[in-house]
Design a protein around this ligand. Structure first.
Ligand code: UTP
Length: 297
């Protein structure tokens, strides 16, 4: 029987340079989409997928992230006294059980592959998930849940994938496809950020992975790759020659790159419009803005 995926690694030790100066003092993952930090979206997605243990790979300056998961008994008591059950529930939904969460330090930002490797001692011989919280995915069935369900059937290593235009392939890890079965593709190669014109397909890897424990072994031996960083993609690519297959999973949903300014703004609009309590006012405001703009043109 295939082992269940119950542990997820959240690598949050990056420098977040695209969001300077904000990231001088706040971790990117604490930045707020409507009223919840990015990390909360990632945690909710992981919980929906059945994840029970949450492993954060952090770095210097990320204490706000660690504090975010602490219980606040004083605030909870005040809300209870004031009978603010709605806010109390919102607050309690962010609480994590004792022992469910672990923090491990990446001392130098040597790349995503290195960040994942830092968590090696917290895993045993079981498949594990990796979630990059700056990729926020709006989906009816949360993306990782879709992947866990597919993984329970086919096993192996699975990376979330989406089709991107030709001029964007150089920004992603790109899959070389062996067989395209629709939502699942089997993979015969992976290239990290290929130069434009050299991509083996348009299918890009985004920040959700279910990986076999052997990937940690490959990370033990791997050298720096594209951009002088230790690339997770390179370690996964080594699985292709091994007994476990590598699959791309075309998830159903919309992904926002909240690590970039444009992506974050787009997500803010999409999630704002998705909220019942804000939708009408926000939509009217956006419509007014657009009509003022077109009148000015
Ligand atoms: P990014 O490529 O978005 O890098 O990392 P970054 O440092 O966060 O942001 P920019 O590019 O400087 O603006 C993708 C994910 O990998 C993690 C990041 O925290 C993010 O979740 N990461 C990256 C690490 O944990 N450690 C690293 O050494 C590099």
């Amino acid at each position: 029987m295939k082992k269940k995926v119950t542990k997820a690694i959240f690598p949050v030790a990056g420098l977040g340079t695209r969001f300077l100066p904000a990231t001088k003092s706040i971790p990117k993952e604490i930045m707020t989409l409507v009223d919840r930090p990015l990390i909360q979206y990632a945690i909710d997605e992981a919980r929906a997928a059945g994840i029970k243990e949450f492993i954060f790979v952090t770095s210097r300056g990320k204490s706000a992230l660690e504090d975010y998961f602490d219980h606040l008994p004083e605030l909870e008591n005040t809300l209870r006294k004031k009978k603010r059950t709605d806010l109390l529930k919102t607050l309690k939904d962010t609480n994590m059980d004792s022992g469910a969460i672990a923090y491990i330090r990446q001392h130098r930002a040597l790349g995503l592959g290195h960040a994942v490797w830092c968590a090696r001692r917290l895993l045993s011989n079981e498949p594990f998930a990796v979630i990059l919280p700056d990729d926020v995915i709006a989906a009816e069935t949360p993306c990782l849940q879709q992947m866990v369900e597919a993984h329970a059937e086919i096993g192996g290593n699975m990376v979330a994938a989406m089709d991107v235009p030709d001029d964007k392939t150089s920004s992603y890890g790109i899959l070389d496809i062996k067989e395209d079965m629709g939502s699942v593709v089997s993979v015969k190669g992976m290239v990290e950020k290929p130069p434009i014109g050299n991509a083996p397909s348009n299918l890009a890897v985004i920040g959700r992975y279910i990986l076999s424990p052997d990937v940690m072994g490959h990370l033990n031996r791997i050298k720096t790759g594209a951009g002088g960083e230790i690339q997770l993609t390179d370690a996964i690519a080594q699985e292709i020659a091994g007994p476990d297959n590598v699959y791309g999973y075309r998830f159903k949903g919309q992904r926002f790159d909240c690590g970039s300014k444009a992506g974050f703004l787009q997500a803010t609009v999409a999630f704002g419009l998705g909220r019942e309590d804000l939708r009408d006012e926000f939509r009217d405001y956006l419509a007014d803005m657009m009509s003022v703009r077109s009148a000015a043109q």
